[in-house]
Design a protein around this ligand. Structure first.
Ligand code: SF4
Length: 81
């Protein structure tokens, strides 16, 4: 029997990293967050879940892979260049 593949938080769409995506690095899935704000202006007050603890064994059931980044050609094509 093959072992299930491990998932990496850094490729999950719920993970936000410092310094560009979030002030505090972690899991921003609502159910994992100890403090959540609905208003975008209060975004700084949010506390993310501890992704290292939640996904300790690499088997997080809430993992959702990030969409693949479009290539340079695809981005230029979208601009109409
Ligand atoms: S803990 Fe789970 S849901 Fe949160 S970022 Fe990691 S894989 Fe995604």
């Amino acid at each position: 029997m093959s072992s299930p593949s491990r998932v990496d938080c850094r490729t999950c769409q719920h993970f936000r990293s410092r310094p560009y995506e979030a002030r505090i690095e972690g899991c921003y899935l609502e159910k994992n967050m100890p403090s959540k704000q609905k208003l975008a202006c209060l975004d700084e007050q949010q506390l993310p879940g501890n992704h290292q603890k939640i996904n300790l064994r690499g088997d997080c059931p809430d993992y959702a892979a990030r969409a693949k980044k479009p290539s340079l050609w695809e981005r230029l094509w979208a601009l109409g260049a």
